[in-house]
Design a protein around this ligand. Structure first.
Ligand code: GLU
Length: 475
């Protein structure tokens, strides 16, 4: 009897994507191997007292690439965390940063715990002890390695990391830049929490703005009126759903850990009401007006224009890929589509917008936060009032020369100076639009590139290769 083929691991999938892109580029094998390899892998075990008993906690920090420093990437709290997964995620971070021109190497951390089963006190003890382990080995610091939120973590955990790091580094003036995704009152930046979801929106909006590309999919251009299904209503999924709905899309399906729901009217859920229901009941099943499906995976196979997996890796595999009816898959999560599944999807003519590009909004705004921390001043603080005065001067001049009064509502709109949130959003929008153009152009220019993922990886590999060459490491 033939042995059952073992499913590929996450890192093996990422390596396939790498090889596909490396194959259409002209770099020497030694350089490509250096780009592909994870530079440092730190595996730790430490004891923490949980519910009166000492538990040995398993945790990781992987720095995939040191071609630019600091390294950057989130920390994940999940019961399935393992070394292979953290290595794959760190690798994706290097390519992600390169694609959106964030001048960092990739990294990722993970702690193998189920945060839902732990109290806030227990989570705090684990987070502080993990940070201490990072400090001990020089694996954290504004110029070394800068963690951020990921699946199962948020601003609260980042504040604990900052506080622990500062306790070990008294007087370090740039200590705030040792972690991003912090609360606003602790050196965080406005717009970081929604950043990944907003980036997903800008990225897909750009992708659906090209008439030729949409014609191939049998779709009209534009977001308004498109039907959307989202897997995951965590930080990324919630903000993605909210911003798509705000811009006229119909979010007709949502999946969470307990179940998946569908909107039988086709008009799209009220996302705020759904988020409130989820927070209160700790489940989405039973949301008034929704139809509950048998499993939490079923909604992925429903008909829609855009399917957005925003949870974990390996969700669309060779098992369910042939049943997907969406025209576009936007990867808000890291690694939600396996390499084998992608082949099936592409054959069906589905457009896959890859994670390394599409969910890069988080790290982009993390970069802005790090810049803010190093410059010790809020964006907009110095020039907002100056700009407003200058704009008012121009309006006054227009009124004087035309003899016509500008309406006071228009005056307010035209003379507004930018706040931090305006600058963050416009910086993010510019980044996502520019990066999509790079990827789309790479695909159009190189006839050997047939899909957006290979194009995105090719852009990333080229940028990292050029950086190694500039360093003088490779001739
Ligand atoms: N965890 C996020 C990601 O996977 C954000 C990383 C960061 O901001 O450094 O991209």
């Amino acid at each position: 009897m033939a042995a059952k083929k073992k499913a590929r691991s996450f890192i093996e999938n990422v390596d396939i994507y790498f090889e596909n892109a490396a194959g259409v580029l002209n770099y020497p094998a030694g350089l490509l191997n250096q780009i592909k390899a994870c530079n440092s892998v730190y595996q730790m075990r430490f004891p923490v007292k949980i519910k009166g008993e000492f538990k040995v906690i398993e945790a990781y920090r992987v720095q995939h690439s040191h071609h630019k420093l600091p390294c950057k990437g989130g920390i994940r709290y999940n019961e399935h965390v393992n070394q292979d997964e953290v290595m794959a995620l760190a690798t994706l971070m290097s390519y992600k940063c390169a694609i959106v021109d964030v001048p960092f190497g990739g990294a990722k951390g993970g702690i193998k715990i189920n945060p839902r089963e732990l109290s806030s006190g227990e989570l705090q003890r684990i987070t502080r002890r993990y940070t201490t382990e990072l400090v001990k080995k020089n694996f954290i610091g504004p110029a070394i390695d800068v963690p951020a939120p990921d699946y199962g973590t948020g601003a609260r955990e980042m504040a604990w990391i900052l506080d622990t790091y500062m306790a070990f580094n008294p007087g370090m003036i740039d200590a705030m830049g040792c972690v991003t995704g912090k609360p606003i009152g602790q050196g965080g930046i406005r717009g970081r929490e929604e950043a990944t979801g907003r980036g997903v929106y800008y990225g897909i909006r750009e992708a659906v703005s090209y008439k030729d590309d949409m014609k191939e999919l049998g779709l009209e251009t534009g977001i308004a009126g498109k039907t959307v299904i989202i897997q995951g209503l965590g930080n990324v999924g919630y903000h993605t759903a909210r911003i798509f709905a705000e811009n006229g899309a119909k979010v007709i399906g949502i999946a969470e850990y307990d179940s998946s729901i569908y909107d039988p009217t086709g008009e799209g859920f009220d996302i705020e009401a759904l988020a409130k229901y989820f927070k209160k009941n700790k489940k989405i099943g039973g949301f008034p007006g929704s139809k509950m499906l048998k499993t939490n995976m079923d909604v992925l196979e429903k008909k829609c224009d855009i399917l957005i997996p925003a949870a974990l890796e390996n969700m669309i595999t060779s098992k369910n890929a042939s049943k997907i009816k969406a025209k576009i898959i936007g990867e808000a999560a890291n690694g939600p589509v396996t390499a084998a599944a992608e082949q099936i999807l592409l054959k069906k003519g589905i457009m896959v917008i890859p994670d390394v590009y599409l969910n890069a909004g988080g790290v982009t705004v993390s970069y802005f936060e790090w810049l803010k921390n190093l410059s010790h001043v809020r964006f907009g603080r110095l020039q907002k009032r100056f700009d407003e005065n200058a704009f008012r001067g121009v309006i006054d001049l227009v009124e004087q020369t035309t003899g016509k009064a500008v309406k006071s509502r228009d005056k307010d709109l035209l003379s507004r100076g930018a706040d931090e949130i305006d600058l963050v959003r416009s910086g993010l929008e510019e980044t996502m639009i520019g990066a999509y153009k790079d990827i789309r152009n790479a695909k159009r220019k190189n006839k050997k590139i047939k899909d957006l993922r290979t194009a995105a990886f090719a852009v990333a590999i080229s940028k990292i290769a050029e950086s190694y060459i500039a360093l003088g490491v490779f001739p």
